[in-house]
Design a protein around this ligand. Structure first.
Ligand SMILES: [Zn+2]
Length: 343
């Protein structure tokens, strides 16, 4: 199906906060949208340099955010970006990517302590076919095998199953380091190689093969790795927002337009069928999108979309290219804001 051939679009409910303005000047207000992934205390992710937080650091960051900003939920944020509500001059919204089990086990209980409501972006594949996403197989393999052994296993798989090309020669080292600026150079190269440079099907086959050999069945792992439909329904009924994060979680900018459309539309339909026709936001997997992608996300029925561009959201921001700040950059951004205000 092509974007042009579809006129189907989910019916939408009006966000509950629309029209319920708070005090503040809409044109000068700004919102810090924070992006999180792992929030857990257990190994392997609290101490291996993988973008994640322990619950202690998560609480500490929420304390900092609450001290500097006023929390808002997504319906309020959405109404503000549409010019239908005012927010305080400095607000913040918390978002969580990848539909990880952490989000129901550790995140929502803490958000409830603080009286906060978050946005949770989930990919379709784990919900539809109980498969691990390649990004998470990579994280687990890095934690279990280490960088050197994983690289050896990958080289050996590619040599055996895809010998027609020197795949490592296709790696763009500058882009790799820009995208994974929070990682060591060698790890940034490896993550970029697997997540972006290799063809997606080859990546999936290689990682599933290595995962099966060293860790276990990817299908069995996915059952305790990701949020279930029951988790998502419960989170939604508690006032959190569930948004789309692609179906396959592959970088959209690297796909043909028909493939992008197929992936985005499947994500929209799955959430519509599983959780109802509420308006939902979208976040681009790996922050990867083009102008054409933004049109497809809109045509698929999503209300707005978040990128990973590091900036605050202004009231006149484009609805399908909304910036977010990664958890590891929050302190630096607050420091920059404070510096601006004292000059
Ligand atoms: Zn993601």
């Amino acid at each position: 199906m092509t974007p042009q051939s579809s006129s189907a679009s989910p019916s939408h409910k009006t966000p509950s906060a629309e029209g319920h303005g708070q005090s503040g000047n809409r044109s000068s207000s700004q919102c810090l949208v924070v992006m999180y992934h792992y929030v857990r205390d257990t190994e392997p992710f609290s101490s291996h340099g993988i973008s994640g937080l322990t619950t202690r650091l998560f609480r500490q960051q929420l304390d900092t955010l609450c001290a500097h900003f006023e929390p808002i939920d997504w319906p309020t944020f959405y109404a503000w970006t549409k010019g239908k509500a005012d927010i305080g001059p400095r607000s913040f919204l918390v978002t969580f990517d990848d539909g990880l089990k952490d989000h129901v086990q550790t995140v929502t209980p803490i958000l409830h302590e603080y009286g906060l409501r978050g946005v949770f972006f989930v990919s379709g594949q784990p919900l539809a076919s109980q498969m691990m996403l390649t990004a998470h197989m990579l994280h687990l393999l890095l934690a279990h095998l280490g960088e050197t052994h994983l690289q050896q296993a990958l080289r050996s798989y590619l040599k055996q199953h895809a010998p027609e090309r020197d795949w490592w020669a296709t790696l763009d080292c500058v882009k790799a380091v820009n995208m994974y600026h929070y990682e060591s150079v060698s790890r940034a190269h490896l993550k970029y190689f697997v997540n972006v440079a290799l063809p997606v099907e080859l990546t999936r086959h290689a990682l599933e093969n290595i995962f099966q050999a060293h860790i276990g069945s990817p299908r069995r792992w996915s059952q305790h790795w990701y949020l279930s439909w029951d988790d998502l329904s419960a989170m939604q009924s508690e006032g959190h927002t569930i948004g789309g994060h692609g179906f396959s979680h592959n970088p959209l900018a690297g796909m043909s337009l028909p493939d992008q459309w197929h992936d985005i539309k499947r994500s929209a339909r799955l959430l519509h069928d599983g959780l109802g026709a509420d308006q939902r936001p979208f976040s681009y997997p790996f922050g990867s999108f083009t102008q054409a992608t933004t049109d497809l996300v809109q045509q698929a029925g999503f209300a707005q979309a978040f990128s990973t561009n590091r900036s605050l959201v202004a009231s006149n921001a484009g609805l399908f290219d909304l910036p977010r700040v990664d958890t590891i950059d929050v302190d630096a951004v607050i420091h920059e804001i404070d510096l601006c205000q004292t000059h």
